[in-house]
Ligand binder design. Structure first.
Ligand code: SAM
Length: 290
């Protein structure tokens, strides 16, 4: 018998992965959760049929969503992650001795339980004493904080289903309020390649730009995400994502990474022309500053 998982990226294109066996399947209060064993990508996690991570390429996503802001912020102690119940972002953050406290706000307790059981290489630091896990909607959680976090990381699902509220103007405004005066917000920002997704990229960026004085996109190559070309948003009250990055300080930490490095950090903010065009009139882009 030949089993496959297919995720449609457009109505004409899909990613098809051979499956050895299904390891876990459950319907939570919020979504359907599946974990499969695959010959090419190791274990993969899907939510409502959409691929969240694979053991083989998750390091790219999690290194880029964590090390970019942490290499810029000179003293990030208090961190908020919204979503990210798999624990991958927590794992990367726990590599910094300077990080004192991490609030992880995940709406779905069952995602955390499944990842702890079946994806231990990803979830391995969720029990670190610096981590507090809150099972709550991030949209509600963020409302109660002012001037509190150094870095906020939005590691959410896509802009529909339970993650929809995490792409609203109200949410980004509340992130701004919850950050300290030199705080940084990083969010997963979808792919710019397929037209419907490019429209989302533009809408998301437009909403963030209305809340933050400085907002730039950066990119990574993630083989299993739609088109393989993924964007992240970097928004800040003070620090510039490239000029504000201290390569000497970060390299002195001795953190061993497989994708992120400080040269790539700078390069990741240099966007292809077609991506610049998508956001051209949304942000006041001044590429010479990068
Ligand atoms: N890296 C992944 C990606 O881009 O496909 C995201 C991974 S992570 C598993 C996303 C998590 O966000 C899910 O576990 C989901 O339950 C959680 N989530 C979705 N909406 C949320 C909300 N409103 N508040 C908190 N967590 C939310």
């Amino acid at each position: 018998m030949h089993l496959t998982f297919t995720e449609k990226h457009t109505k004409n294109v899909g990613l098809c992965i051979d499956i050895d066996r299904q390891i876990y399947s459950a319907q939570s209060r919020f979504q359907r959760i599946d974990i499969f064993e695959t010959p090419e990508f190791g274990r993969i996690l899907t939510l409502d049929g959409f691929l969240m991570l694979t053991e083989k390429d998750e390091f790219i996503y999690h290194e880029m969503i964590v090390h970019v802001p942490l290499a810029v912020h000179p003293n990030a102690e208090s961190i908020l992650i919204i979503g990210g119940g798999d624990g991958g972002a927590v794992r990367e953050l726990c590599r910094y001795d300077t990080v004192r406290h991490i609030d992880l706000v995940e709406i779905d307790e069952d995602v955390v339980a499944a990842c702890k059981e079946y994806l231990p290489d990803v979830s391995c630091r969720l029990d670190d004493p610096r981590v507090t896990v809150h099972y709550e909607d991030g949209l509600r959680f963020i409302r109660r904080f002012t001037d509190h976090y150094d870095v906020i990381i939005v590691d959410s699902t896509d802009p529909f289903g339970p993650g929809e509220g995490l792409f609203t103007k109200e949410f980004y405004g509340n992130c701004y309020k919850a950050l300290k005066a030199d705080g940084i917000l990083v969010n997963q920002h979808e792919n710019p390649f397929y037209p419907d997704d490019a429209l989302s990229v533009r809408q998301i960026h437009k909403r963030i730009v209305q809340s933050f004085p400085l907002s730039k996109l950066y990119q990574a190559h993630i083989p299993t995400y739609p088109s393989g070309h993924w964007l992240f948003g970097f928004s800040s009250k003070k620090h510039h994502p490239v000029n504000g990055m201290d390569a000497g300080r970060w390299n002195a930490l001795g953190i061993k990474t497989r994708y992120y490095n400080t040269n790539l950090h700078k390069a990741a903010f240099a966007l292809p022309t077609y991506v610049e065009d998508i956001i051209k009139d949304v942000e006041d882009a001044d590429i010479s500053r990068l």
